[in-house]
Design a protein around this ligand. Structure first.
Ligand code: SF4
Length: 306
């Protein structure tokens, strides 16, 4: 998951990434509902800087399979350890949350569950099924782990359940994987995205990158090319922010104009949609962006049909 958190006091943030404290009634209502339903959110666990804005609008990204991850990525604030047993009520609770919040579009993510035989894929399937039953008009975006070392049937089951968007973040350039994402493999993540697109071309695929970790511009361009080779439709890019002093340092605060330049290059490389700004996160404005992606695909098909 690429939802880095607020920067610690020692690293001074530039003005363009300052955010307001979450104080609205909408924020508190969203928080209460999540507690009542015993649901974790990546918004809280990763201390996302956009929580005030998103929760005021009742946009929350639900994190299934508990709040404890079996990996320990150097950028991520979600706690690491041995997770608890899977909650069988979780799929219905996610559907209840979507109904109560009146969501047109929901983003569901999870921690990595290397301890489970299918990496947690069957819980994603159950959540998708519960949402289709209870809120059939809600479009569903899933942001998954890499299912590394799990049988291909795990991912096949999720694809068969038919999410509208399948998101898996590459997070950073391959050179930085050993330090930033040591439990993952760049080409395994890329292959996951490629296989989803090959099996179900109608499902939108999406992937995200954090910048400011020491990557070079040309390395980012290469990752964009790799994503396009895997058929990825939607690229998100945001500034990495160090959650605590124990996490990887911010090497650079990328300027808004440099994000604009990345977005222009991404569009030229053929993504249906690119969202790139300092505060962009995988799930930031995901509902609006889903509709833009649909329009963009429709326009592309119209051009292809003359
Ligand atoms: S950007 Fe995503 S993770 Fe952050 S608060 Fe918004 S919905 Fe939650």
């Amino acid at each position: 998951m690429n939802v880095p958190a607020a920067v610690p006091p020692k690293q001074r943030k530039p003005d363009w990434i300052r955010v307001k404290a979450p104080v609205s009634e909408g924020y508190h209502a969203t928080r209460r509902l999540m507690r009542e339903l015993n649901l974790a959110t990546v918004c809280e666990e990763a201390a996302c800087p956009n929580i005030g804005e998103c929760w005021t609008k009742k946009h929350a990204t639900v994190m299934i399979l508990g709040d404890t991850c079996t990996r320990a990525c150097a950028f991520c604030n979600v706690k690491t350890g041995m997770p608890r047993a899977v909650d069988p009520l979780e799929p219905e609770h996610v559907a209840t949350a979507a109904a109560e919040l009146g969501l047109e579009h929901i983003v569901v993510t999870s921690v990595d569950r290397d301890d489970l035989p299918d990496g947690g894929a069957s819980q994603f399937v159950k959540v998708i099924e519960a949402l289709r039953r209870n809120t059939p008009n809600t479009t569903i975006e899933i942001l998954t782990p890499d299912f590394r070392n799990k049988a291909e049937s795990a991912v096949d089951a999720i694809v068969a359940a038919g999410p509208d968007v399948f998101n898996h973040n590459l997070e950073t350039v391959p050179r930085l994987y050993p330090t930033i994402r040591p439990g993952a493999r760049y080409y395994a993540s890329l292959r996951l995205l490629e296989s989803v697109k090959r099996k179900a071309p109608h499902i939108f695929t999406k992937s995200g990158l954090m910048v400011g970790l020491g990557e070079q511009r040309l390395e980012v361009h290469q990752v964009m090319d790799d994503m396009r080779s895997a058929g990825v439709d939607f690229l998100t890019m945001g500034q990495y922010l160090q959650p605590t002093p124990r996490h990887a340092k911010v090497e650079e605060f990328v300027t808004p104009s440099a994000f604009d330049a990345y977005a222009a290059i991404g569009r030229a490389k053929g993504f249906l949609l690119v969202a790139a700004s300092p505060l962009t996160r995988s799930s930031y404005h995901a509902g609006d962006d889903f509709r833009k992606m649909q329009e963009s695909r429709a326009a592309q098909l119209e051009r292809a049909n003359g």
